[in-house]
Design a protein around this ligand. Sequence first.
Ligand code: SF4
Length: 921
Amino acid sequence: MSLVKQTPWIKSSCAYCGVGCGIEAKPNAKGELEIRGDKEHPANYGRLCSKGLALGETVGHQGRLLEPTVAGEPTTWDSALNHIATKFSQTIDQHGPDSVAFYVSGQILTEDYYLANKLMKGFIGSGNIDTNSRLCMSSTVVGHQRAFGTDTMPGCYDDLEQADMIVITGSNLAWCHPVLYQRIKAAKQQRPELFVVVIDPRVTATCEISDCHLALKPGSDVALFNGLLSYLAEHAALDTGFIAQHTDNFDCVLATARLGSNDLASLAASMDIDVENLELFYQRFAETDKVVTLFSQGVNQSSCGSDKVNSIINCHLATGRIGKPGSGPMSLTGQPNAMGGREVGGMASALAAHMNFDNESDHQAIADYWQTNNLARRPGLKAVELFDAIEAGTVKAVWIMATNPVVSLPDANRVKQALLKCPLVVVSDCIADTDTTRCADVLLPAQGWSEKSGTVTNSERRISRQRRLLASPGEAKPDWWIIKEVAIRMGFESAFTYQHEAQIFREYAAMTGLNNHDGQQRDLDLSGLCNINDQDYNELKPQQWPLRKVDQQIEHKRLFSNGNFFTPSGKARFVDVNFRPPASEVCSRYPLSLNTGRIRDQWHTMSRTGLSARLAGHSPEPFVDIHADDAARYGLEIGGIAQLSSRWGDVLARVSVSADVAVGQLFMPIHWADINSSRARVSSLIGPERDRESGQPEFKFTAVKIEAWPYASEALVLADTIATGDFEYWVRQKIPGSYLYRIASSLEPHVLAVKLEADLMAAGPCSSATTELFFSSAEKAEYRHAWLAQGNLKRCHIVAASLQAADYEWIEALYGQTIDGMVGASILSGIAAPQLMAGRQICACKNVGEKQIRQCIEDNKIDSVEQLGQLCEAGTGCGSCVPELESMLKDEIGSSLKAASEQAPLTSPTQPTTIPVLELA
Ligand code: SF4
């Protein structure tokens, strides 16, 4: 028997998207975490995507906020908390409760959210608490409430395996909710007849599993789904019994839908799609009983996002496809606890536990429960309005928790200016340097993922524990502790006596049963958990609400199966929606429409995923996707730099010519910030237009112009740090052990090289550097300099007029490596030795590059991802890269067929040559 004590695997949940995957983690002696998927968690059954698998690489203490500061000076917790309480109290005394606000985050836990809401709405007496979830799914909240009388996602992930048709609209699922994409893909492999429709203006990785892709004109979703409703009526595909018994307002809504969609050909033309494709979608929807429609930010982030959501729900109500296995509208949340925030009143528009401001008995029940006579009477300011109010000076003190609005909110430059002039900005965060912490008067070190303990709710209403895995560094504290300490200092001690997060959870669970009459008033009911003891809370297994009894633990719950809804009539409401174009119009000055979104391996503003070198390798630089025709029209070169401008701001990004975007459209990722790039905060381009009901901004459509951004030189710099202030264009990428900087400048190459030498020397000597490698050619305008310490590369810069045509991806793998003669020659010549030629990273799990993969396909005549995996391991980890591998296989097979046809001997016209077509697996 072994005497060595094994560290157990601890179950927790992923820090990122709303899929809410279960993980298992094991700390090791070095303070690192091993991570694997939790096979028992019903969200993922052991699967994880590249981001989840890399969680262990993001828990280091580098860059952490370690102690409270006031006005930039370190101070004690007591002093910082007193300062905040005093300033908030003084502001409220002088200007009223609406002069203060909290801006919180789908990253905090339900227990944190509950206390923040209790303090603001219950005791300060203002509705001014809103969350960054406003930016990603508030239109769904409105859509759900209008249709169902409650903010409820009706189905569960299990429906994805049970459906016969899945419509994925406004979501690049393969990159943004990868584990759900993998579940659908696996279902389709088992049942190829599962029909998948992707609705997206772009060709995305998700299209790899689609049977029908509708690349509709941006913003035309309501026209598409109104057309579907009309088609269902015309083709006798309605569930008239369900409509009559369980819904209101159908005739009116159908009449509106018919107005816009009499003729399929003109409807298809209005959306820029083929009529055959449109008819195929409508026909399959009409004839398939089990249909799930998945939707996400592409639907929500719109000036008419709520109407888009209801246009989808209308089609499900009209066919009675809701609350049944394999059927229903399914909204996907972006963040790990966006749902938890919605539940506890983290949004300005609702009270806690899905209770409403306009319901007097709800209001009274909460006031009695919290024993307060100061409960807010009206909704507070929604995110964009809140920062408008800060700019206008009506909100004078704001506390921002675990979010980075200077990067993520629209009109981001204005947000930054608003914060800089706000009298009191408190930021609690685990990261010291973000674009938002730079605007703070008071900084509070919060615990990060892996240190916190509490609960989160995923998109399918499943509550999971996030467990403490590691000790927190410095003086970091849980968010709930920070909030209650401020509440106590503001005079609300008796209502904030919490010692443990389980106490908060029990109070919240009991609250969901208030005024609820055994779940008759609201389906959000966790009252079965209100008496669990601390141990049960610690051991809580993932389970879905409602949970009215402790033993009520059905594995997959659907709501509305009985046809009863939470509207006053008990029936679902059809909502009358009309197509409206996006708020921002393309015009001669701004002739292109910009779409924004996530990339495969990054999360939000990169404050966590940006710490992983492995995740940085896939897309290391901000880019703009543009169609080749537009690139030619606007004089852009592949790999050059473009400036994009809108009415609100401008950014710089690498030009990526791509057939995935249509003529007239552009796409840019959302992740880069001022801390890791010169000018790539895409939200500074986005206007403040928003949905009039939900307040959700229109991130998916902004009128912009694009032009080449000229530069005279470029550099790659491998160094721990450099002063970036003087460079017009720079981007910082995490690499193993250090950073890689990409720079472009108006300086001539030789001048840039001299400047970099000086900057690197100013950053400090390269300790014990014993060897330097130089290459300098004024004629070629190329300059390379590497510093080696005991034979290992410590610093390096490469300067030329342009670096984009050359391949320097290999340089990032060399930091700290022993530089032998061959590799040294590569650095000096700029031509990589064969062993360095991996190319851009494609498979993050196994670290396999594009060149390796293409070479492997060519050398071995591979025609399946499985063969690729066997030969070079690509695609054998989390599977997130598989759509790209399939795309590369198609490319390579296509090129080899083309080459074969070009080399084929000429034949007489009467003897046609047959070219074999390889089938992709
Ligand atoms: Fe995390 Fe990926 Fe699962 Fe989302 S899909 S919860 S990012 S592992």
